[in-house]
Design a protein around this ligand. Sequence first.
Ligand code: C2E
Ligand code: MG
Ligand code: MG
Length: 676
Amino acid sequence: MRNTRSGAAPVAPCEHEAIALRAFARLQMPIWIFDIDRSRIHWANAPALQVWRASSLPELCARDMGRDMSASVATRLAQYQADFQCGDATFNEQWTIYPGGKPVPLHVHYSGWALPDGRMAMLCQGERVGTQSPESLRSVEALLHTPMMIALYTLEGAPLWRNPASRSSVRDARETLSQRFVQEQAWQQLAAALAHAGEATLTMAVHTSAGQSWHEVSARRRLDAVTGEAALLVSETDVTPLKQSEAQALYLSDHDSLTDLPNRAYAQRAFERLAMQVAQSPAAQPLQAAVVIIDLDHFKDINDSWGHAAGDQLLQQVAQRLRGAVRHGDIVARFGGDEFIVLLCAPQVRDEIAHIHLRLREALSQPYALEGRQARVTATVGASVLPDHGSDFATLLQHADLAMYRAKAAGRDSLSFYQPGSTEQLRARTELEDDLRQALARREFMLFYQPRVGSGRTDGAEALVRWRHPVRGLVMPGDFIPVLESMGRMRELGRQVLEMAARQQVAWRGAGWPLQLSINLSSSEFEDPALVDELQQTLARTGCAAAALELEITESMLLADDDRPLATLRALRGLGVSIALDDFGTGYSNLAYLQRFPFSTLKIDRRFVQAPGHERVLTAAIVSLCRALKLRPVAEGVETAEQHRWLRSLGIQEFQGYHFARPLDVAAFEDYLRAG
Ligand code: C2E
Ligand code: MG
Ligand code: MG
């Protein structure tokens, strides 16, 4: 609205302006004033009216010049306006106007013109271009409108001329070429290439009016058409988006997307650098490098039972703690899964690793908050040293891996260095794991039963698992349960054991032997959130009564920080099964646990059952504790009649041990029952 009115009726000129306009009105050259803000001609003399083919000044002023204006012209005009405001800038341009649709090429000289209301307009002095070839007309137009930034500089880099794109890109019209480059050496680089080949194309960071960008800068020596002196013709294109996606692609190609840690490709290169440092270190003070593998213990359990989202969160938190535990300059990488790698270099690298391991254990042992719950993890660490254990990355990785497996077999949460010769051990271990996978699938596991003798007769039995190995014969649980645990497959065996025991209980009840069967749980089974549901389903499927089963757990399973163990035990008791605390006396023997958790039975470990005379007071104390807490004591590992008599004198009524019977297979157990 405002535009239309002001265009149709130009503001009354002030006195100074009126004098100037009267002078312009007498000149032969077309002159007009362009109101940049409103995209209207503010005033024009008679030759200008002719050029613009206008019938009158009001008619010309009423034309909306913004209608056909391209965005790039609008930006350029805004830039001119800013330049006029900053100082007495002037520009010369060849401009083609289209009055009535016909092209009219003009040389136009632009300068700033302050309007009476204080806004900056543009004074345009036109000069008709006579006989110009279509080529030159078009090339001038192209230069004007191209987004490519084109400029002419002196050999020293002072600006001589810029096209509109270049003008709007610089921070200051007087800026020299070297001031444009972010990096100081870029100018020298360009100058050197020019001196050498007469032209150069470089991609470099430049300062622009819109901040820093990446430009591809092409420069070549030319002669200035005005002075005839040597000059630099420089053209620039903005390659920032390309550069950014390049950098992004490079980053992605050597980083792990989950934890943001470097990946294998990056670690490989970093190792080469460390190996170089080692090779170049002085003989008097040699450096060593090391490859350290950190593997989370039981990560699979968290992933399986808490879900992958929780597993991912855990890995991210572990990555952060790892970064905090190493020295500045050490490299922490992730190759996938729950395996992390640290690469480092030091004069005594074993000592350094031991220090890092201490810090790492401390950092990792703090509880992790995962989806509102708390988790704890430990890690097993294996390390190999350059040059002692190998010279190339692949070998050192393999050896660190072997060391880590050895540490796992020895009980996890520990650090172990590669020991030459452990390759053999590892092969055996891998074979065992393969066999166990098959054994689970082929159901090669069976249960032995050890009678639990009450007052004079057998009232129950403990189910003890055995592996009937096709070649090795009967394998004892101590030889395969820890391996299955580390493979994350123990719960599968647990499910098979539970099913077999429940069916056996039902079969014996049917045969007139209503026995209570005890089943051992491992920690991964106990921590499995599906345990309670699965047990309930097994009971329903087999028809076994809950009261006819007892689950044995050990103290170490109760150590969690939260209430999960208590909740699980309560849920199990809610189903009607009994709970026994196994091996009491060997672990923490935390008396508070006895009160806090709903046990029905306490199995006194054979260490107390077979205790020498002077230690027997402890056994007596445990029994009186059971009485006070209303727990049923069961003595394990009774081997002699003397032990039996003494334990009876303490008030114990239930016993297990070789004195009565060894664990027996089903047929032998039934013979034992028949024999009474
Ligand atoms: P445990 O639950 O403490 O089982 C008692 C162990 O002591 C059994 O060893 C048994 O054979 C042995 N034993 C029984 N009486 C005597 C005795 O008078 N003297 C001596 N020296 N030993 C006796 P086994 O069968 O080798 O089992 C070892 C451990 O393996 C068990 O200890 C239990 O923790 C675990 N285990 C066995 N079966 C299973 C199972 O099905 N699931 C789980 N999670 N663990 C099991
Ligand atoms: Mg047991
Ligand atoms: Mg036991």
